[in-house]
Write a protein that binds this ligand. Structure first.
Ligand SMILES: Nc1ncnc2c1ncn2[C@@H]1O[C@H](COP(=O)(O)OP(=O)(O)OP(=O)(O)O)[C@@H](O)[C@H]1O
Ligand SMILES: O=P(O)(O)OC[C@H]1O[C@H](OP(=O)(O)OP(=O)(O)O)[C@H](O)[C@@H]1O
Ligand SMILES: O=C(O)c1cccnc1
Ligand SMILES: [Mg+2]
Length: 499
């Protein structure tokens, strides 16, 4: 499946510096040098203990549609440097015109719970191509993973209640709205009010009506009765335009007519005031009138904290409509995913032998910002109770260890913390092949399966990791050989800089 909204080349959707670097690689003869880049984030959003990987389907669509059109090249030809001369020479533009992506890409499937420093996507191929993919991949993975995570948090507090995404009007533009609707559904919403997302992404659509419907009639009862006449099989009435509890009484009256005609009053919606108090009072009125199946929908600047609080207050709300705070990821508007070079193929010494890799890393004064070198895989150990720990392991050492060997994991921020897993410990390798030499070899599951995966994954996490206040840190470490390799490389780089 591709991103149907953009089923066209978006190959210039990148930062200029990717193209200037690409030109640099091409001009200096290193364009084809094989490289490995990893996309990962350093910290969970919302001060939480987990993140949901999302966006791979759109990455696949982007790469499948990658090709520079004549118009793209005409535009690049107009770009000039500070001397007014063209930035790129014609032969480079010809090279781009014929460029077909030939990368190998591995990724963690959408809907998987992921943790800081784990490669969510690993790109291996000619360095020029890997470089061009940095910005679009980050754009596609960061926002969708962020919103899917927000929705998963809402799902945790909403428990078995219905969760509706109402955010389109407050979303960051058209794409923000579309992407957020997809990610919100995957993360755990039951439906969206966004009809285009319903059509393009096969998400259920749901909705009630606005205050304007009520305001356009002489009185509220008439508004409710007309709505019930027109759409008798879809009646959820917004009761707070004038006086909420009087609104509930009017809804009940409209509901009685509906029942006489063989229909039902599906719900009422509260959109202002004290939602705990009003829902409890509304429930009493509805139940007393025999409308025990009529649902109470609540909306109005809801987020996971307010929903949690309302539940603790005993609110009688069955359906939560969440807009602004969900689709804009209000309390943390970006996931800080990064894309870093981790290995470069060495110059070949003989034409018959494959040369080795130079492992690459970025140093930083902050330990958390030091990247991890190598061609990484994420090995997730599990037992009958769920996920135990994730080990980042270099594929070269995986090839060396056979299945009978135990593996030791080292905490990257405290080297004295170690854990050994014996050969009997069950595991999954999270990164799976997605592209081989530029050809897609992976079929994205349908959106409903991805959504189901999120809940399966969360069920495998210890409750402490899922709590919102000071969540327990799920263990992620480096396999011992990779840790040693990294330490050695840090020392070497520091030594070189001191000289
Ligand atoms: N019982 C409650 N406990 C905690 N938060 C609540 C409760 N009831 C409502 N809220 C939340 O408090 C906020 C109230 O927003 P606001 O002050 O704009 O009030 P309002 O009811 O929308 O006002 P208005 O009547 O002017 O529309 C919303 O985010 C709402 O979800
Ligand atoms: O509050 P959100 O989580 O963003 O959910 C969507 C909101 O959009 C609608 O009204 P709108 O905000 O446009 O107007 P209102 O607040 O004046 O009702 C709806 O009534 C919700 O309140
Ligand atoms: O259908 C609704 O009730 C709805 C849709 C969008 C935004 N607010 C509410
Ligand atoms: Mg509002």
């Amino acid at each position: 499946m591709t991103n149907k909204l953009y089923d066209t080349s978006l190959s210039l959707l990148t930062d200029l510096y990717q193209i200037t670097m690409a030109y640099g690689y091409w001009k200096s003869g290193t364009a084809e040098k094989e490289a490995v880049f990893n996309l990962y984030f350093r910290k969970h959003p919302f001060s939480g203990g987990f993140t949901i990987a999302c966006g791979l389907t759109n990455v696949i669509g982007y790469i499948n549609n990658f090709s520079l059109s004549k118009k793209d090249l005409r535009y690049l030809r107009t770009l000039t440097g500070n001397d007014g001369q063209p930035l790129f020479e014609e032969a480079f533009l010809d090279y781009l015109a014929n460029l077909k992506l030939t990368c190998d890409i591995e990724a963690i499937p959408e809907g998987t719970v992921v943790f800081p420093n784990e490669p969510l996507v690993r790109v291996r191929g000619p360095i020029l191509q890997c470089q061009l993919l940095e910005t679009p991949l980050l754009n596609l993975i960061n926002f969708e993973s962020l919103v899917a995570t927000k929705a998963a948090r809402l799902r945790l507090v909403a428990e078995n209640d219905t969760l509706l995404e109402f955010g389109l009007r407050r979303a960051q533009g058209i794409d923000g709205g579309m992407t957020a609707s997809r990610a919100a559904y995957i993360g755990g919403c039951d439906a969206t009010s966004n009809v285009l997302a319903g059509k393009l992404y096969d998400i259920p659509v749901r909705g009630t009506h606005a205050h304007s419907w009520v305001m356009s009639f002489a009185d509220e009862l008439e508004a409710f009765q007309t709505y019930a006449d027109v759409l008798p099989n879809n009646v959820t009435l917004l009761v707070d335009t004038y006086d909420t509890l009087q609104g509930v009484r009017n809804a009940i009256e409209a509901g009685r007519t509906l029942v006489q005609k063989g229909y039902k009053l599906a719900g009422i919606r509260l959109d202002s005031g004290d939602l705990a108090y009003l829902s409890i009072e509304a429930r009493k009125l509805l139940d007393e009138a025999g409308f025990t199946d009529t649902a109470i929908v609540a909306s109005n600047d809801l987020d996971e904290t307010i929903i949690n609080s309302l539940k603790q207050q005993g609110a009688k709300i069955n359906i939560w409509g969440v807009g602004t705070k969900l689709v804009t990821a209000y309390d943390q508007p970006a996931l800080g995913g990064v894309y870093k070079l981790a290995a470069l193929r060495q110059e070949s010494i003989s034409p018959d032998e494959e040369s080795g890799w130079d492992y690459k890393m970025k140093l930083s004064e902050q330990a958390i910002k030091i990247s991890t070198p190598g061609i990484q895989q994420v090995r997730r150990f599990r037992n009958e109770r769920g996920f135990v720990a994730d080990m980042i392991v270099d594929e070269n050492s995986l090839n060396d260890t056979d299945s009978t060997t135990s593996m030791t994991m080292i905490d990257p921020l405290d080297f004295t913390k170690r854990r050994t897993f014996d050969a009997k410990q069950e595991f999954d390798d999270l990164l799976v092949p997605v592209f081989r030499r530029g050809t897609c070899v992976y079929t994205s599951p349908d959106i409903h399966s991805i959504r189901a995966r999120v809940q399966e994954q969360l069920a495998n996490l210890h409750p402490g990791v899922k709590r919102f206040v000071n969540p327990h840190t799920y263990p992620v470490g480096l396999e011992k050989q990779l840790h040693e390799l990294k330490t050695e490389l840090i020392l070497k780089l520091r030594e070189r800089n001191e000289q």
